[in-house]
Design a protein around this ligand. Structure first.
Ligand SMILES: Nc1nc2c(ncn2[C@@H]2O[C@H](COP(=O)(O)OP(=O)(O)O)[C@@H](O)[C@H]2O)c(=O)[nH]1
Ligand SMILES: [Mg+2]
Ligand SMILES: [Zn+2]
Length: 333
């Protein structure tokens, strides 16, 4: 059979059909690229900023409607797309979840997969062990390991409570909470702090004025963190909902920050879970005479006995009772 000769017209048509197919294939690749692993950096209303764990590329995406509310730090499966048209398909199981109440008192998740809560204290404003214990209870209840960061170490030399503060840090160290001494101002201890955070996803919590913003700024020199501003207080007053944001620490590790997270505290605690936060009490609970013992008050209390024997520190016993008495005020039911 003679080779069929194509007319010029036919050739043109075939060529354009092929080009069309190629274009379509390319656009399919762009619009429907394969699923990737990602992490939620932050969110803006309905949209999420996703970072690819494979390429580091960031894109604003929508989440499939059937997903539960995603928060900063969530690991996701997503597909990139044209700008703003990427889609989050699924959420990976969470290792941990930090929650706080919204303005209606309803608990809302604010950050996922946090691995370390850095409770920040300073020589001034004065560090009350009662407040530290509140943060510790909240951390234990969330099942997130805590550590203590004593900032403003440069003010220690002339501080009249220096010995007290050192003893306090030692006590927490003995309870198993790593303690670091740093100064955002003189930059002492910062390298140790960076080192300690290299494998972590950390949040800094603590009372206003201890230097959280200053520390975060020191850890993230490229970012513009507002230091010395009453951003927390202002956020509280106006119910500003500043979404948490995930930052990469230059030497490894991640940091999640928002005014709401810094206030993270004792929200969802009942008497039973309060005991979770006092790790050294656990071994003595079996010694209480009554199953529903009101610890340190009821006769035959195992914790009272341990206190008398010096196995529980008096400050922790006092702290436990103070928090228990205040639970009705702070618990959001
Ligand atoms: N002396 C000293 N002052 C500090 C240090 N870190 C922070 N400050 C100061 O403490 C104040 C509160 O700091 P800020 O970072 O805003 O605290 P935040 O409320 O915990 O975020 C500011 O005036 C800071 O300049 C430090 O290491 N040493
Ligand atoms: Mg601040
Ligand atoms: Zn008891």
């Amino acid at each position: 059979m003679a080779k069929r000769k194509l007319s010029r017209q036919q050739l043109t048509r075939i060529r354009s059909q092929q080009a069309e197919k190629r274009d379509r294939a390319r656009s399919v690749k762009l619009g429907e690229s394969g699923p990737e692993s990602g992490v939620v950096i932050s969110h803006f209303g309905q949209q999420l900023e996703i970072e690819s764990l494979e390429t580091g590329e960031r894109q604003r995406c929508y989440a499939r409607a059937n997903l539960e509310a995603l928060v900063t730090g969530d690991r996701v499966i997503w597909r990139s797309g044209q700008e703003g048209e990427g889609v989050v398909e699924a959420m990976e199981p969470r290792q941990s979840l930090l929650c706080r109440p919204d303005k209606f008192g309803k608990l809302k998740p604010v950050a996922a997969n946090i691995t370390r809560i850095a409770i920040t204290i300073a020589p001034e404003p004065e560090a009350f062990s009662n407040l530290i214990d509140r943060y510790l209870v909240a951390a234990e209840v969330s099942k997130i390991p805590a550590c203590l960061v004593l900032n403003k170490a440069d003010l220690m030399a002339e501080n009249e409570r220096k010995a007290e503060l050192i003893a306090l840090m030692n006590r927490y160290e003995q309870l198993g909470y790593p303690c670091l001494r740093v100064s955002a101002a003189s930059r002492s201890g910062l390298q140790e702090l960076r080192q300690a955070l290299r494998e972590e996803t950390v949040v800094f919590v603590g009372q206003s004025g201890v230097g959280k913003s200053s520390l975060i700024q020191a850890l993230l020199p490229e970012e513009d963190i507002r230091v010395g501003e009453l951003s927390e207080a202002r956020a509280k007053g106006t119910h500003t909902t500043t979404a948490a944001r995930l930052y990469h620490l230059p030497e490894g590790g991640k940091l999640v920050d928002s005014p709401g997270i810094r206030e993270f505290g004792l929200w969802h605690i009942n008497e039973e879970s309060l005991l979770d936060g006092f790790v050294e009490f656990h071994g003595f609970l079996g010694d209480c005479r009554f199953r529903d013992c009101k610890h340190f008050i009821d006769p035959g209390c195992g914790l009272s006995k341990a206190l008398k024997q010096g196995k529980i520190h008096p400050d922790r016993a006092t702290s436990y009772q103070l928090i228990r008495d205040s639970l009705d005020e702070v618990t959001i039911r």
